[in-house]
Design a protein around this ligand. Structure first.
Ligand code: SF4
Length: 660
């Protein structure tokens, strides 16, 4: 019997019309856990480099976290992965809500979609009954209607429907896949569109087996109460009305303008009233005691929900106030847009217009009012009309097509992905490493375990350290003790902090944990939901495998290294690992490059950031090394970055200075 996982994956080839329920190898789960890790293995094994991301040979994988669908509270994230058309690298997205648990109860650990349907279809899954159904009547329909109509067709209001809107159908780079109040943003939407797959409807009624049910139930019951009572858990921005952090510190418009004194108490009061006058309720994801999603009913709009910074992106991109987000967000979601990157894309286009790089002729019939312009832009991008067809490539892609200086306005992307509009005075070295080297393509998916700022007061700092349960090793106490200024910690400490931050996210993404109950929360000290001390016991109770912190850490290293190897094979190299040029007012290129070299070396990667044969073999992935050697990505005799002549050269000056 398989525990926690079902032991089966659903493989659908839309070109052939085939549906296969395939038994998986439990040895793979023991190595890669689930979610992101297993998805990366499948992409590495089955999608050869050179495959066009738009082609039927690309895969779209909905991978359940290992613990999804069990009684573990807050475990519900599905990793939705593919090869991303925007940059040809590993494309990763996370979807919360209920889809993952329903998939597990239908009997599947993941759904792998291959091929391209002859015309628009949707997949209907009810336990073992799986059908590819005609969806031509759903063409051009928004998310809300698609979900409702499919539920009606299936006669099952309890089916969860993950769907794309017109933006996804038209392969817009900023399209997302939505399911209820959750979405998989930032890359899989356009691939789903390319496969002509409008939606996946899923309903499951099976049990999920647990190895130690009694112990598991006791542990999870306790954890659930703790999560519920812990104010650090969940998205407190759903309930806390003070959002000065985003508005004063993040950049407005096309990620350029800081308004450091925007927030005020009268604004806070006004926005609080606006929210509670229009909020129907708060809700959350599968088996989580928190309710992070605010459900808003705005006049003449359909009900929609948001969480976290998602409520700010539209009004900040357009220099408006919260009422504009409330007015437009549901419309944007219905069209199937990601609400993080799309407003930046629109602000980018309007900046090009202001700069004269685009002209009024590019926007025929566009209203003069800013708010109406945003609606206009949503429609032309979703339907690829006129300049909307160019903007559908995302900021980097559009800038390259438009040319004529437009490239300079593409200033907030990493590896062609729009980033959060963070602007800081000074470099935070750990953040430099995370944003430059992250495979997750967004800083929000990497930060979290170590505080973002030091604590100046000695007593308060010691108190924080005493209560900080998530720390995997006492050396992090010391680092925090030594830390006085944001950019002043030895490189070794910064690299180990980055490693820990990464570790938690990679574990969350393979086990299914929401970052709000785990990786984001270690930084606030005290008791957090999940950490490297309680995760092993949960896995043991769920699966029956003996697990400890070291084995868990190795799983993280394996998944991180595999995804890096996959990306190396797809062409990722050192020169691409740069944060947006204006993320920090003060840059120190030499220091950043030295830090990058030391980080690569720590990870067992070459000067170019490719895992060496030895590193891969140590993690049981000799076959990956062989593949990279066969393809000429590695030679087989590669050394890690600091042992490379270029690495030695980089530090020569310092060594000479020290010697003098
Ligand atoms: S903490 Fe919030 S976002 Fe995370 S699983 Fe719970 S309800 Fe969902």
């Amino acid at each position: 019997m398989r525990y926690a996982e079902t032991g089966f994956q659903l493989e659908v080839d839309l070109s052939r019309g085939s549906i296969d329920k395939v038994e998986t190898d439990p040895k793979d789960t023991a190595l890669f856990l689930g979610g992101n890790g297993m998805d990366a293995k499948i992409l590495f094994d089955r999608v050869p480099p050179g495959t066009d991301p738009w082609s039927p040979d690309n895969l779209l994988i909905f991978g359940n976290g290992l613990l999804n669908g069990t009684c573990v509270p807050g475990a519900n994230r599905v990793s939705v992965n593919t090869i991303a058309p925007v940059n040809g690298l590993f494309g990763h997205s996370l979807m919360g809500g209920f889809f993952g648990a329903e998939m597990k109860m239908a009997g599947y650990d993941r759904i792998i979609v291959k091929g391209e349907a002859p015309d628009l279809v949707y997949l209907a899954i009810h336990n073992d009954k799986v059908e590819i159904r005609d969806a031509r009547h759903l063409r051009g329909k928004g998310m809300y209607d698609t979900q409702r109509l499919i539920q009606e067709e299936l006669g099952d209001k309890r089916a969860w429907v993950a769907a794309i809107g017109p933006a996804g159908e038209n392969r817009v780079m900023t399209a997302s896949i939505d399911c209820g109040n959750s979405s998989a943003a930032r890359t899989p939407g356009p691939v789903m569109g390319a496969k002509k797959l409008k939606a996946i409807a899923i309903r499951g009624t099976k049990d999920v087996n647990i190895a130690h049910p009694k112990e598991m139930w006791e542990m999870c019951s306790r954890l659930r109460k703790e999560l519920d009572a812990n104010p650090n858990i969940g998205d407190w921005m759903a309930v806390d009305e003070d959002d000065s952090f985003h508005h004063n510190n993040f950049a407005w418009g096309n990620a350029r303008v800081r308004r450091k004194t925007f927030w005020s108490s009268s604004l806070e009061e006004r926005w609080r009233n606006l929210k509670y006058d229009h909020m129907s309720r708060q809700t959350g994801c599968w088996n989580c005691p928190k309710a992070c999603h605010n459900v808003i009913k705005w006049p003449n709009r359909r009900r929609f929900s948001y969480k976290c910074y998602g409520k700010d992106t539209y009004h900040m991109a357009s220099f408006q106030e919260l009422d504009f987000t409330y007015e437009i967000l549901g419309v944007s979601q219905d069209l199937g847009f990601d609400s993080y990157s799309t407003p930046q894309l629109i602000a980018f286009a309007l900046e090009l217009l202001d700069a004269g790089i685009l002209t009024e002729k590019d926007f025929p019939g566009m209203p003069s009012d800013t708010r109406q312009r945003f609606y206009y832009m949503l429609n032309i991008i979703a339907n690829r009309e006129g300049i909307g067809d160019v903007l559908a490539h995302g900021i980097s892609g559009a800038a390259a097509i438009i040319g004529n200086g437009a490239e300079k306005f593409d200033h907030n992307t990493v590896k062609k992905f729009e980033q959060l509009p963070i602007k800081l005075g000074k470099l935070n070295p750990a953040y430099f490493l995370m944003i430059a080297t992250g495979e997750d393509m967004a800083i929000t998916q990497i930060e979290g375990s170590f505080p973002q700022d030091p604590i100046a007061d000695d007593e308060m700092r010691e108190e924080f350290i005493r209560k900080w349960v998530a720390v995997p090793d006492k050396k992090f106490h010391e680092y925090f003790r030594q830390w006085k200024k944001r950019d002043e910690l030895p490189a070794k400490a910064m690299i180990e902090i980055t490693d820990w931050n990464e570790c938690m996210h990679y574990l969350d993404d393979s086990l299914g944990f929401c970052g709000f109950v785990s990786s984001f929360r270690g930084q606030f000290g005290g008791t957090t939901g999940y950490h490297v001390w309680n995760m092993p016991q949960i896995i043991t109770h769920a699966t029956g495998w003996e697990f400890d912190k070291d084995r868990l850490w190795e799983c993280f290293q394996r998944n991180r290294t595999l995804i890096r190897a996959l990306n190396s094979r797809l062409g990722l190299r050192r020169f691409m690992e740069r944060p947006p040029e204006d993320h920090w007012a003060v840059r120190n290129e030499k220091y950043e490059q030295q830090l990058l070299t030391q980080y690569y070396d720590f990870k067992g990667w070459t000067w170019d950031g490719i895992p060496t044969k030895e590193t891969l073999e140590k993690l049981g992935m000799g076959y990956v090394a062989e593949d990279l050697i066969k393809r000429g990505v590695l030679t087989g005799n590669d050394v890690t970055a600091l042992n490379d002549d270029r690495g030695k050269e980089q530090f020569k000056e310092e060594v000479l200075q020290k010697g003098a």
